[in-house]
Write a protein that binds this ligand. Structure first.
Ligand code: SF4
Ligand code: SF4
Ligand code: F3S
Length: 265
C-alpha cells in the first residue's frame, strides 16, 4: 500500500481495441483497483483525457522522469511496409514510437495475438507487413500475453505479479508467462472425459452436441492451444468458448488466422 504506483505506458498499433475491452472487465483484481491503486497509467490512447500534442508530450515526460522504470504495454503491432505509413498515431509511424518508448522501458508487455504474433492484419499476404513486437524490440524482454483477446484476469494477473515481486514472471520458450500458458486447453477441458471415451459431436445440434460431447471432430483446436480458458475461464470464470458449445479456434496460437477455414460446408 505504501509502494509508489509503477508507471505504465500503453500504446496502440494495428489492433481492434478488444484487448482493452477485455482488460477493463477484470474482476480479480478489479480493474479500477489496478488503474487507481496499483499502476499509474500515464499514457493510453483509448482512455486518457489528454489528446493531440498534449498527449504526445506525456510520452517524452515519462521517458525523462521514469527512464528504465516504466512498463511499456503494447496492444497491436507495427506495420513495417513503406516506412510504417500504414499506422501513424500522432502523425508518425507507430514503429518509431514503439522503438523509442521501448528503449527506456523496464520491460515490454505484448498484449494479445496482434502484439505477440501478428494476428489477422498479418494474414497472408500481409499487405502492410504487420510485425509482432518482439521482432522490432529485440534488446529487452517482451512478455507475450496472447489471445484474441487475452483473458482479463490473465492480463491483470501478469501486471499484479510484476508489481508484487518486482520481476517479470517465468516465461516459456515462446516468451509467454508459464503460469497462464503452461497447459493446453485440452489438458483441463471439462469435455475431456468424452474425448477419452470416443464420444464426439459429429454435427452442430446433433445428439452428441446436446449431451455436451467432445468438439474435436468439429475442429476444436484445444489439443494444440496453450491458454488458461479451461481453468481461469471468461467473464469471472462463468464460461469459455467450449462451454458455450463451440470448439476452440486456437486464438492464442501463432498463425491461427491462417489455419482456417474455421467452418466448412
Ligand atoms: Fe483485437 Fe485480437 Fe488484436 Fe486484441 S489480439 S487487439 S482482441 S485483434
Ligand atoms: Fe479437447 Fe476440444 Fe474435446 Fe475439450 S472439446 S476435450 S479441448 S478436443
Ligand atoms: Fe481462444 Fe480457444 Fe480460449 S479460441 S478464447 S484460446 S478456448
Amino acid at each position: 500500500e505504501t509502494k509508489p504506483r509503477i508507471p505504465v505506458v500503453w500504446l496502440h498499433g494495428l489492433e481492434c481495441t478488444c484487448c482493452t475491452e477485455s482488460f477493463i472487465r477484470s474482476a480479480h483484481p478489479l480493474v479500477k483497483d489496478v488503474i487507481l491503486s496499483m499502476i499509474s497509467l500515464d499514457y493510453d490512447d483509448t482512455i486518457m483525457a489528454a489528446a493531440g500534442h498534449q498527449a504526445e508530450e506525456i510520452l517524452d515526460e515519462v521517458r525523462a522522469t521514469h527512464k528504465g522504470a516504466y512498463i511499456l504495454a503494447v496492444e497491436g503491432n507495427p506495420p513495417l511496409k513503406d516506412g510504417g505509413i500504414h499506422c501513424l498515431p500522432g502523425g508518425r509511424p507507430f514503429v518509431d514510437k514503439l522503438k523509442e518508448m521501448a528503449s527506456d522501458a523496464r520491460a515490454v508487455i505484448a498484449w494479445g495475438s496482434c502484439a505477440s504474433w501478428g494476428c489477422v492484419q498479418a494474414a497472408k499476404p500481409n499487405p502492410t507487413q504487420a510485425t509482432p513486437v518482439h521482432k522490432v524490440v529485440t534488446d529487452k524482454p517482451v512478455i507475450k500475453v496472447p489471445g484474441c483477446p487475452p483473458i482479463a484476469e490473465v492480463m491483470t494477473g501478469v501486471l499484479t505479479y510484476m508489481l508484487t515481486f518486482e520481476r517479470i514472471p517465468d516465461l516459456d520458450r515462446h516468451g509467454r508467462p508459464a503460469m497462464f500458458y503452461g497447459q493446453r486447453i485440452h489438458d483441463k477441458c471439462y469435455r475431456r472425459p468424452h474425448f477419452d471415451a470416443g464420444q464426439y459431436v459429429e454435427a452442430w445440434d446433433d445428439e452428441g452436441a446436446r449431451k455436451g460431447y467432445c468438439l474435436y471432430k468439429m475442429g476444436c483446436k484445444g489439443p494444440s492451444t496453450y491458454n488458461a480458458c479451461s481453468t481461469v475461464g471468461w467473464n469471472e470464470g462463468v464460461s469459455f468458448p467450449i462451454q458455450s458449445g463451440h470448439g476452440c479456434i486456437g486464438c492464442s496460437e501463432d498463425a491461427f488466422w491462417d489455419k482456417g477455414p474455421f467452418y466448412e460446408r
